[in-house]
Design a protein around this ligand. Sequence first.
Ligand SMILES: [Zn+2]
Length: 437
Amino acid sequence: MADLVVRSRRAVTPAGQRPAAVEIADGRIVAVHEYGARIDADHDIDLGELALLPGLVDTHVHVNEPGRTEWEGFATATRAAAAGGVTAIIDMPLNSIPPTVTVAALEVKRAAAAGQCHVDVGFWGGAVPGNTDDLPALHDAGVFGFKAFLADSGVPEFPPLDPDGLAGALAGVDARFVLHAEDPHHLHAAASSPAYADFLASRPPDAEHAAVATAIAAARAARARVHILHLSAADALPLIAAARADGVRVTAETCPHYLTLDAAEIPAGATEFKCCPPIRDAANADRLWAALANGLISCVVSDHSPCTPELKHADSGDFAAAWGGIASVQLGLPVVWTAARARGHSLAEVVDWMARRPADLVGLTRKGRLAVGADADLVAFDPDATFTVDPSRLHHRNPVTPYAGRTLSGVVHTTWLRGRSVTGDQPHGRLLEREDP
Ligand SMILES: [Zn+2]
């Protein structure tokens, strides 16, 4: 007998949206039936016209615990994730202290996370100058790959790699590498200013273009896997397309804010919009949408990167002084769905971008899909309901958001992790380890 059946007239399966009944036993999906199928189960939930989605997989989240837990912690980040329909996150190796650059540091992270997570949590390792010898053991310990910066990361304990350092890291371990691709030689010091245009001018598209070229050259030389994080500058897309056509193993992601926010509309002093690379103009966003539609950009992940309100310098509104980062793990699905629908995209495409493909990026073959054998990570979602973003209803630690006051489509009703609904009381998330060799 099944533990649970969840029925929906709008189940988003790998074959598209259709009426279905998902049968669950021992936390896994054991069958996907016709909507009205008779199934013996302890619990039988009929969502009717609510959509049933696989839980989203967000491979780009900064939790910051331990060390900067006042910015964000595991309990709050994962509670926010669950409320946003995200059932697995992969934590970035920096902004926590210590950064995840050795096996010992990974153990510190795991100990900090254990018992507090409302969704499943995996970890990226970090590649920094001097730790190339640590990478194989850190990979064996279960990280999903390695993040590196090509420009200043914003924190002193996670310095960037130069091109030689990147080549050394890629040669040192057969792993996926995820890169913050801005080239330091094309970045300018931003003058103290409340004008967004001054900050934007300090981080031009050239910086991303040059760094993507560096990343591709390194991937080509080492025959390595390289993933471009949070691509903002559409100018870099042709480089990625050409490299892929040439057989270089390079992929790219973008984020909800690059797709949906417009530099021209950012108010003076509104530092909640500051992130690196920066939000660019509407024509740039149109090109990112086109790349998403044709598969050149493979996924959309949050780059949830919070800090304290003080570090956002809201009172002075000084873009140069403010910490760069947008916290959106709870809002990514409705933000992207609202804009995607207006552009004629289906909910199945959004699920592909935000669940299946991020899961595939990190080799989590049992996540991100409503399919037999997958974990029963599910989301009941009303694609047609609207809500207005109220920061006081955000679960992450510091509810600073550029989406405050926006009306969005898409409301998450229930999130299940391995067949159990996530209520915010008992955390039952697990710590994930890389599954592929
Ligand atoms: Zn990030």
